[in-house]
Design a protein around this ligand. Structure first.
Ligand code: UT7
Length: 320
């Protein structure tokens, strides 16, 4: 039995912050940001909007597209590292707000790879017959954890949510293979040191700190590794891929890997110029846009690959 995506939805905050806006608050410029990252603008939530607020609308849209009543959901998994609270989980907040009274619910923490980890987990429950309908969400509001005086991080991130509804597949379509990886020994390179049990009073601050160069090296290495590994698991080759949707972090990472792997530009989806790095939301948001743009057709092989804090990486090969 395979797990198949039957509905996709996404949601973005309205407020746009351009590179020109950032020039007014840190020593940076539009040219540097564009050439070093590919980002032109990003969306930022207001103070009163939480991750679950963004996620609920993305989930509603995905359920609508799937024509599925929330009461039919068996499970909700949210990939996030900016949950509303330490507990309860964002998935439980969604379960309540959606009225998905028959669903179990939990979050997974794999930062920007969170959607791939959540999708892979959901797939197992469907493949082994435990559950029939699962809602998988990737949602983050990392701009709330940015030091707006640190030009190495504040230019990169944006907020968003994306969601998919998975169900049992009765044909050849669905998730063909999944591949996950963690390199915890590299974890200090991208960390939110304050607010957890090691530092509940946030003496080490409440901001994301990142060693950009090390994360960049990891990303380039594992993006390629993950695509090769998931294709090998599915018994397919790079020439079979119709569309790669990589985590939208930096066009230099995406271009380098696509070129090295011989993937033509039109086979690689990129929307990060509009939204920056939206963490766990990046892949479902891109998937939603790719579908709306008619870039995915029935029978296509779509590869999703995400990487981020942990450090983590995950990929899924999907027959549409
Ligand atoms: O989901 C995973 C999340 N993280 C990532 O994907 C991040 C991966 N890393 C990156 O994308 C890149 O490392 C960055 C975009 C963060 C930085 O690009 P870089 O090419 O690695 O730049 P760098 O840190 O080596 O800095 C080069 C220069 C430095 O100046 P000097 O020392 O050469 O004079 C920086 O101080 O650029 C300077 N710089 C900036 N200049 C203008 C760094 N940030 C900025 C900035 N504006 N925003």
């Amino acid at each position: 039995m395979k797990a198949k995506i039957i509905g996709v939805g996404s949601n973005l905050p309205k407020k746009v912050v351009t590179n020109a806006d950032l020039e007014k608050i840190v020593e940076t410029n539009d040219e540097w940001i564009k050439t070093r990252t590919g980002i032109c603008e990003r969306r930022v939530t207001d103070y009163d909007t939480s991750t679950s607020d963004l996620a609920i609308k993305a989930a509603e849209k995905a359920l609508q597209a799937a024509k599925l009543d929330p009461e039919k959901l068996d499970l909700i998994i949210v990939g996030t590292t900016s949950s509303d609270y330490l507990f309860p989980s964002t998935a439980c907040i969604l379960q309540s707000k959606l009225g998905a009274k028959n669903a179990a619910a939990f979050d997974v923490s794999a930062a920007c790879a969170g959607f791939n980890f959540a999708l892979t987990t959901a797939t197992q429950y469907i493949e082994n017959g435990t559950y029939q309908n699962v809602l998988v969400v990737g949602a983050d509001t990392l701009t709330k954890y940015l030091d707006w005086t640190d030009r190495g991080t504040c230019i990169l991130f944006g907020d968003a949510a994306g969601a998919v509804v998975l169900t049992q597949s009765s044909d050849d379509s669905g998730v063909l293979a999944s591949w996950l990886k963690a390199e915890g020994q590299l974890g200090d390179n991208l960390i939110m040191p304050g607010g957890g049990s090691r530092d509940p009073e946030q003496r080490h601050g409440r901001f994301i700190t990142m060693n950009g160069k090390e994360v960049f090296k990891f990303a380039v290495r594992v993006l390629e590794e993950s695509i090769k590994a998931v294709l090998q698991k599915a018994n397919l080759e790079i020439k079979d891929v119709n569309l790669l949707i990589p985590h939208q972090a930096n066009t230099r990472i995406i271009d380098h890997v696509s070129k090295k792997m011989g993937l033509a530009k039109e086979k690689v989806f990129v929307n990060l110029h509009k939204y920056g790095n939206t963490s766990a939301a990046s892949i479902p948001l891109a998937l939603d846009e790719a579908l709306a743009a008619g870039q995915i057709k029935k029978g296509d092989l779509v590869i999703l690959s995400g990487f981020g804090a942990g450090l983590t990486c995950g990929a899924n090969a999907i027959r549409w």
